[in-house]
Design a protein around this ligand. Structure first.
Ligand SMILES: NC(=O)c1ccc[n+]([C@@H]2O[C@H](COP(=O)([O-])OP(=O)(O)OC[C@H]3O[C@@H](n4cnc5c(N)ncnc54)[C@H](O)[C@@H]3O)[C@@H](O)[C@H]2O)c1
Ligand SMILES: [Zn+2]
Ligand SMILES: [Zn+2]
Length: 403
């Protein structure tokens, strides 16, 4: 039976989300058998490697949403930065409790607590080899509103008042609602006592920043890293760098308050993003060399240029920030060759959510991933205030709660 619930519905490009009575479809079974569990093949010790259920054919899970973080990508879709289907429910940092599952679902059962992350196809070579963040179908899974083989990208709901069809499945979830119909690959089962409010945002921006350090750079403690941009991505990167005991951690942002917070949490130096001496200062802090690593977490093209110039020869800058389609890398191949520098990109921190999200949760429990220091919780009725605070820069990670 369809679920009567409420969600924030964006009627058309540029419209403000409005809390709307909706009727949400039932989770779709597709009858296909899930693959047997398999050991995570990236773990060096196969005997102790964690068993993770894999998902071949995409099935659905009905989740009662507890909370959902707000990410800039929601804003991007709302304002047409990436073409999408409307009317639409956004939100892709959800958490909650499973209410019902499609018949082929293996990861969870009703009553389970879950954190939600991005969605993957489960079938391509990357998914099959436990590198789901590189899923060949990443775009269509996360932006194309893809549900499963049986129903394609059909809308998940209709408005009670008008009967108008409403699209969900944004990042496999569309979690800005009291309930969401979630693609199974977006679901991470967590233990019953989990703080579903503060941990809701782990599944996107925070893991994207932390993953650069923990999954990609894997730097030695003697290293130096510069983090450009102190939003959720930048703080995720900072906390990972502090956890790895990196000797020199330079943070760069326009807001003094964000730099001060980062300095109080283990950054060794804070520099203003608009300082004319920024590059000279970074070099002075690194013996004239530049840093070995840099994380670009602003999405601003000219900041990437600065990050490129701020790294030492043999250095590595990773773009996590995304200016959107069509923007080319702002540096010269000749310079790249002659300096032996590396520029790379990374989606979702190369996270395999059933493995990486619990890893970050453990850091949170140990006090090393202090999400509450950057978050502010708003009930859904105060969603507009959350967005205004985010735009004003007074809150880094708004978390919307649903009762
Ligand atoms: N690769 C991925 O998988 C992934 C995942 C999540 C987010 N993102 C992208 O990462 C970027 C950061 O996301 P966020 O949620 O942390 O954003 P955010 O807006 O919260 O943070 C960006 C920060 O950059 C700072 N900034 C802006 N211009 C600057 C400048 N010239 N110098 C220094 N700092 C500057 C801002 O003050 C802000 O603190 C966005 O582009 C987002 O789309 C990518
Ligand atoms: Zn895939
Ligand atoms: Zn996001």
């Amino acid at each position: 039976m369809p679920t009567q619930t409420q969600a924030l519905v964006v009627d058309q490009v540029g419209a403000t989300p409005v809390l709307t009575d909706i009727e949400l479809a039932d989770p779709q079974p597709n009858g296909a058998a899930a693959l047997p569990e398999r050991r995570h093949n990236l773990c060096p010790n196969k005997d102790t490697a964690q068993l993770i259920p894999r998902v071949r054919v995409i099935t659905e899970v009905l989740v009662r949403i507890t909370a959902c973080g707000v990410c800039h990508t929601d804003n991007l879709i709302q304002h047409g930065g990436i073409p999408s289907a409307f009317p639409s429910i956004l939100g892709h940092e959800g958490s909650g409790t499973v209410v019902a599952v499609g018949s082929a679902v293996t990861r969870v059962q009703p009553g389970d607590s879950v954190l939600l992350s991005y969605s993957t196809c489960g079938e391509c070579p990357y998914c099959q080899n436990d590198r789901p963040a590189a899923c060949q179908n990443f775009f269509v899974q996360n932006f194309g509103r893809t549900r499963n083989a049986a129903v394609g990208s059909e809308p998940v709901a209709k408005a009670v008042a008008t009967g108008e069809a409403i699209h969900g499945t944004f990042f496999g979830q569309s979690a800005f609602g009291r309930h969401a119909l979630v693609v199974e690959s977006s679901v991470v089962k967590v233990s019953p006592g989990t703080d579903l409010v503060q941990l809701a945002p782990v599944g996107c921006g925070l893991q994207s920043g932390a993953g650069v350090l923990l999954n990609k750079f894997k730097p030695s403690p003697e290293s130096s890293v510069a983090i450009f941009g102190l939003g959720a991505v930048g703080f995720g990167a900072l906390w990972a760098a502090v956890h790895l005991k990196i000797k020199t951690i330079i943070v760069v942002d326009l807001f003094p308050s964000r730099r001060d917070l980062a300095l109080s949490q283990g950054a060794t130096h804070g520099l203003a993003g608009n300082s004319p001496s920024l590059l000279a200062d970074i070099r002075a802090l690194t013996g004239g060399m530049g840093t070995q690593y840099a994380v670009e977490a602003t999405g601003v093209e000219r900041v990437l240029r600065t990050a490129w110039e701020a790294i030492a020869n043999f250095g590595h800058v990773c773009s996590v920030g995304n200016p959107g389609p069509g923007v080319k890398g702002p540096f010269d191949i000749n310079d790249m060759v002659n300096t032996s520098k590396t520029w790379s990109g990374l989606a979702e921190g190369d996270s395999n959510p059933p493995i990486f999200v619990p890893q970050l949760m453990r850091l949170y429990e140990q006090g090393e991933f202090p999400i509450q220091s950057i978050s502010k919780v708003y009930p859904v009725e105060r969603y507009d205030e959350a967005i205004a605070d985010m735009k004003a820069g007074t809150v880094i990670k708004p978390i919307i709660t649903f009762k």
